[in-house]
Each structure stands twice: as C-alpha cells, then as structure tokens.
Ligand binder design. Structure first.
Ligand code: ZN
Ligand code: ZN
Length: 234
C-alpha cells in the first residue's frame, strides 16, 4: 500500500507498506518528522515498526527531516551511494540547494545538524532491492538521484528525476547538479512497467503511468535507447 503523508513540508512524502517492510520515502523538509509520526499514529502503526527511511536524493525538501525521523522511530536511513557524502559533515558544496545554507553555519552547528543520525547509512546501488523497492539510479538532478520501482504495487517513485507539476517534465536546469545527465536520467526509467507514478512534486498518476511517462520520453531529445536496456533492472 502506498499513501501520501499529509502535512509534510517540502516535497511529497510517502508511506510504503509491503510484505517486505514498512518504509517512508522522502520524509520532507526539516521539522516534518512530526507530520510523519502523526500519520503513523492515525493509522495505528507503531513507529518502531518503521524499518526504512529511503531518500530519492539528498535535497533538503526531501531529506531535511530524515535524521530526526530515524531518531524518533529507530528506522535506518538509506540513500544512494553517490548522494551519501551530502548527508555527512564535510560534504561537497551544493550551491543549487538549500542544503548549501549549512555551508554558512558555524562548523560546530553543522556537525550537529549532519551527524545526529541514529545509525549508519545504508548505501544503495542501481538494481538492488530495499523493502521490496528496486533502486533505479538516474544521476543528474543530483549524483545519487534514484527512482524506486515496486513490482508488487505496480508503482514507481520518481523522486525529482521527473515531476508532474504542469504535466510530466524534467526539473529545470537551475536546480540540477548536471543538467546534461538530468536530461538522460528519465530514460533509465523506460522499460519498467507500472500502473501508478508518485512524484516528489505534483500529483500522482494513478492509471497507465508508464504509458504517459514513456510517451513523454519519446518526445524528448535525446531519445530512449541512450541507456542500454541491459542496464535496467527487471
Ligand atoms: Zn524536490
Ligand atoms: Zn531535488
């Protein structure tokens, strides 16, 4: 079961319940862990049963409350290997994002903000499965941007690889780490079959989502096929 979590600021947060585990995808902007806890309580779910907080990428509107949510629940945090450095002290400077604001905070405070995670990060790789979700690495928006595909739910979480704010589209160049790569990234989602798509920004598509997204990709330049299909998880 997939549900959007109401009251979260920033990007959209989702609760993912499957036979393979209970996870929150992208808990949202700093402070939003309270809205997540409220939602779990309303659904009579024990916060201690939350196993994973999975980030589609490190941007603060998706990840800002991740450590706090892990601390409040005991959940472990998972992020793609290439975005993990941005969640640690001494991370690369990211001028495109609000995370960058931490670069102007006093070092001691930055250290506190970024190291209060309960446990170690689980570093995700393309093609691996976490809580029943297959990781699709689509670098560009950030180096470690991922989509998460659920065969059981016939659903795809796009993170910010694609948004649906005014129809399906890619994020603008101004927010991308590498716009060139970000234009290729969505093609890594082609070949997957799913009925529903859940975006970081914009309403979900609840029917025929793969056809809508594939149609969008066919209108793009470069064309699908740029990324070998053999590279796609099945
Ligand atoms: Zn976002
Ligand atoms: Zn983003």
């Amino acid at each position: 079961m997939i549900q959007r979590i109401p009251g979260v600021r920033g990007a959209q947060a989702y609760l993912y319940e499957s036979a393979e585990g209970l996870a929150v995808v992208d808990p949202g902007y700093t402070g939003s862990f309270r809205a997540v806890l409220r939602f779990l309580a309303e659904r009579r779910l024990n916060p201690k049963d939350l196993e994973w907080v999975i980030l589609t990428h490190h941007h603060v509107d998706h990840a800002g409350t991740a450590f706090a949510l892990c601390q409040a629940t005991g959940a472990r945090l998972a992020v793609h290997r290439d975005d993990a450095p941005y969640l640690r002290a001494g991370r690369p400077r990211e001028r495109m994002t609000f995370w960058g604001m931490a670069d102007w905070l006093p070092p001691a405070l930055v250290g506190y903000v970024l190291t209060c995670a309960g446990g170690e990060l689980r570093l995700l790789e393309h093609g691996e499965i976490i809580a029943g979700l297959t990781v699709v690495h689509g670098p560009g928006h950030t180096p470690g941007s991922i989509g998460l595909w659920s065969a059981a739910e016939s659903a795809l979480f796009t993170g910010d690889i694609l948004n649906n704010e005014r129809g399906v589209r890619m994020p603008p160049w101004s927010v991308n780490h590498s716009h060139k790569k970000a234009r290729l990234a969505p093609h890594r989602l082609s070949g997957l079959r799913y009925e529903r798509a859940f975006f970081g920004h914009g309403p979900a598509i609840v029917e025929g989502a793969d056809r809508r997204i594939d149609a969008f990709l066919r209108r793009q330049n470069p064309q699908p096929g740029t990324v070998p299909i053999a590279d796609q998880p099945r």
